[in-house]
Design a protein around this ligand. Structure first.
Ligand code: COA
Length: 186
């Protein structure tokens, strides 16, 4: 699995560094991220970044060095977001889940879609057992559903009360892309 990947002339995926923590704090303290993601603490502090870093090091050891988290970096503007696979059932499993986010100033420019496409291609290329990547999207997050559809993921269902967030039941879409779906959209 690749630790770094050039998406295009401007964007790349790379591993998190400790000097990224201030950018994480800047972008992760965000209402939309709080509403639309499942496990990011709010408010998000430097200590949260440090705790996440430690968790990530441990996870990478457990996966024999296979990376599960990349920052999305712009050549000129620096860190803008992040994208991850969860290794839900381990590195060798036939299916996995992805998650991603963009900092508020960088949304609406196609960057998340480019990152999802790049990560999806990379996962299928580097994990021979992988047949399926999926993503869960809260019912009230049409931008994320659109990102996945643009990246070639297919809506498989809508599940009522599938998540509990802050004590409230939340409905969500499930979208997936299979290896057999072939080439990603241009
Ligand atoms: C979801 C998120 C990653 C999208 O990032 P982005 O960089 O804006 O995504 P893109 O620019 O690649 O594409 C966004 C698409 O959603 C569309 N969109 C935005 N708001 C929308 C809305 N309210 N309804 C429908 N479509 C919407 C945009 O028009 C665009 O589609 P288009 O190219 O056809 O016009 C970003 O909004 C985010 O980080 N949100 C908070 C965290 C989050 O939701 N993460 C995903 C959890 S499942």
């Amino acid at each position: 699995m690749l630790r770094e990947l050039d998406i295009n002339d401007d964007l790349r995926l790379r591993q998190l560094r400790q000097d990224d923590f201030p950018a994480l704090v800047k972008y992760l303290n965000d209402e939309d991220i709080a509403r639309n993601t499942r496990s990011i603490p709010q408010p998000y502090t430097l200590q949260d970044a440090q705790d996440f870093w430690e968790k990530l090091q441990k996870r990478t050891q457990e996966t024999g060095g296979a990376p599960s988290y990349w920052v999305i970096e712009h050549r000129e503007y620096g860190l803008m977001g992040s994208i991850a696979v969860f290794f839900k059932n381990g590195v060798e499993a036939h299916s996995d889940e992805i998650g991603y986010l963009m900092g508020h100033p960088w949304r609406g420019r196609g960057y998340a879609t480019a990152a999802v496409k790049a990560l999806t291609a990379m996962q299928f290329e580097t994990r021979p057992n992988l047949l399926r990547l999926e993503a869960w999207v809260y019912a009230y997050n049409p931008a994320s559903k659109r990102v996945l559809e643009k990246a070639g993921y297919v809506v498989e269902g809508f599940c009522r009360a599938i998540f509990l967030k802050n004590g409230q039941a939340v409905d969500a879409w499930i979208l997936a892309r299979l290896r057999q779906d072939g080439e990603l959209p241009a």
